[in-house]
Ligand binder design. Structure first.
Ligand SMILES: CC(C)(COP(=O)(O)OP(=O)(O)OC[C@H]1O[C@@H](n2cnc3c(N)ncnc32)[C@H](O)[C@@H]1OP(=O)(O)O)[C@@H](O)C(=O)NCCC(=O)NCCS
Length: 163
């Protein structure tokens, strides 16, 4: 059901945002993957996430992370990277997460536009994540048949989408 609320405000994240982004990241994992991810993986993410985000957001050579906030609270984020030579696309949408309570307000669309614009791009998405796959198809991506079991210590299987 489309929302009448405006999209969240979006800006580049900085190191002071690390705790908030780590918290949204973990919450989105729970909301999206639930019991598919073992408890010990969640515990490890909860313990290490804030420091990893602090390190990532302190790196002057790191990619931009786009942070969405509503009423000053973090509600989503996105990050794109250059995957390196030999990849099927020169750009990868590595992270795009919007809290469940914020979904359907075009915040995901605006994060995606800031992170990758209309560029050719690749991404990996969990094989049963029908909502995200539909969203990406809506934005011009198609499955290309590639799959991998890497995320969450191999607990999740991801499929690749290309645009
Ligand atoms: C996938 C996700 C990023 C989408 O963000 P969102 O803010 O809910 O999406 P939006 O409100 O911006 O979607 C708006 C547009 O996408 C379309 N859309 C959304 N979901 C869709 C779906 N499943 N199928 C087709 N179209 C879809 C809407 O119709 C709308 O189109 P319009 O702009 O032309 O009116 C968000 O649901 C999310 O973070 N999910 C949980 C985490 C996740 O799965 N992340 C991806 C990991 S790879």
């Amino acid at each position: 059901m489309p929302s009448t609320l405006p999209s969240a405000r979006i800006r580049p994240a900085n190191v002071l945002d690390a705790p908030a982004i780590a918290a949204v990241h973990l919450r989105c994992w729970h909301e999206t993957y639930g019991a598919k991810v073992p408890d010990d993986v969640y515990a490890e993410r909860a313990a290490r996430g804030p420091a990893e985000w602090e390190q990532a957001l302190s790196d002057p050579n790191g990619p931009t992370t786009w942070l969405a906030q509503r009423d000053g609270e973090a509600v989503g984020f996105a990050q794109a990277v250059a995957p390196g030579a030999g990849h099927v696309r020169p750009l990868e949408l590595r992270l795009l997460y919007v809290l469940a309570e914020e979904q359907g307000r075009r915040t995901g669309t605006h994060l995606l536009q800031l992170a990758i614009g209309d560029a050719p791009c690749q991404l990996w998405v969990e094989q049963d994540n029908a909502r995200a796959q539909g969203f990406y198809r809506h934005h011009g991506f198609e499955l290309d048949g590639e799959r991998r079991a890497v995320a969450a210590g191999g607990a999740l299987t991801e499929v690749r989408m290309l645009r």
